[in-house]
Design a protein around this ligand. Structure first.
Ligand SMILES: [Zn+2]
Ligand SMILES: [Zn+2]
Length: 187
């Protein structure tokens, strides 16, 4: 992949050749840009998605910095229907050679296999770190829309689609703690 190359619609794996970067002087770098819809492992980033990172030589380490954005589809936290969520992440990762003292050190090493490359490796695979950065950017409670009515806790109907008869049973929030207390007494 030439420096600055734009890849249309990446499939499954995003690998970067590191031979020239490692051979180069400190600061040698390569830009990787991918646009369109793409797959990061099992995660689909829908168009208009864009990954733009610079892989650069920092002594023994390789720095991977840039941005990622796109739309992912995940279950809505209220109604469980598909929710399209725009995600945006700053990428700031480091890769270390497997032989470096930090990696081989006994005991707890913060370096997972993900961010380590073998001395003989000609490329690093960014797919998994990009996927994890994208997943980390998904809100904890994704919503299909701001005012999603969710599932009725009583009958389970999707309140975005039907108006069930349970509405009248809505509980005054001031009574909720009292009811919870009553429930605990029963248990
Ligand atoms: Zn929803
Ligand atoms: Zn209901």
């Amino acid at each position: 992949m030439a420096a600055g190359a734009v890849v249309e619609g990446l499939k499954a794996r995003m690998k970067v050749n590191i031979v020239d970067i490692r051979r180069g002087l400190q600061g040698a770098s390569q830009d990787v840009v991918a646009e369109g819809s793409m797959k990061l492992g099992d995660l689909a980033l829908e168009a208009p998605a864009r990954v733009s990172v610079r892989v650069s030589n920092a002594m023994t380490r390789l720095l991977v910095r840039g941005t990622l954005r796109g739309t992912v589809t995940v279950p809505c936290s209220r109604c469980l229907e598909p929710a399209r969520i725009f995600v945006e992440a700053e990428i700031d990762e480091e890769f270390l050679p497997a032989s470096s003292p930090e990696v081989t050190e006994e005991g707890e090493s913060p370096w997972s296999d993900l961010n380590v490359f073998g001395d003989e490796d000609n490329e690093i695979d960014l797919t998994e770190i990009l996927r994890q950065n994208a997943i980390a950017a998904i809100p904890i409670q994704p919503l299909c829309r701001e005012d999603c009515g969710g599932l009725c806790p009583n009958c389970g109907e999707n309140r975005n689609q039907v108006t069930c008869q349970c509405v009248e049973m809505a509980i005054d929030p001031r009574l909720e703690s009292l009811l919870a207390y009553q429930q605990r007494l029963k248990e």
